[in-house]
Design a protein around this ligand. Structure first.
Ligand code: ZN
Ligand code: ZN
Length: 142
């Protein structure tokens, strides 16, 4: 199923194919700053080639936040839209920018080691101190 999303000012609009039904809530300090929030919530784009900009793509803001990940955002309103990992080999969209519904099976929390004090993770949730096992080949530098 395809999904559509956009930024706050609607300059940036994207379309993507299937998304993971497992979300990650990332509590790293980079996500906290980038989202201005306790954590960022992402869904993985299952086929990274299925992601495309419908509008605004020529003018997308890009910040290389570490050697392996770039954050794409709207230059006009600042919405954080996409994390591009390993030069685009993996892409994750910020779930809160979707304009349609995503059926979600489950979620996990990562980088709990830098979680803010004023947010509590529920007792029965899956929590990783840093990266989950499938991303463990990355250095712990968000
Ligand atoms: Zn915008
Ligand atoms: Zn993060």
């Amino acid at each position: 199923m395809n999904h559509k999303g956009s930024c706050l000012c609607k300059k940036m609009q994207y379309e993507t194919g299937e998304l993971s039904t497992e979300l990650d809530h990332c509590h790293c300090t980079f996500c906290q700053k980038s989202h201005g929030a306790a954590f960022g919530t992402y869904a993985k784009v299952m086929d990274e080639n299925s992601f495309k900009w419908i509008s605004g793509g020529d003018d997308v803001g890009r910040y290389q936040s570490s050697s392996h990940s770039a954050r794409l955002f709207c230059n006009a309103c600042g919405s954080s839209l996409v994390a591009e990992i390993d030069g685009g080999k993996m892409m994750a969209i910020t779930v809160a920018t979707l304009d349609d519904k995503l059926d979600v099976d489950k979620a996990f929390h990562m980088f709990a080691s830098s979680k803010v004090d004023w947010f509590e993770i529920g007792e029965n949730e899956t929590v990783y101190e840093e990266y989950p096992p499938y991303l463990s080949n990355f250095e712990a530098t968000e």
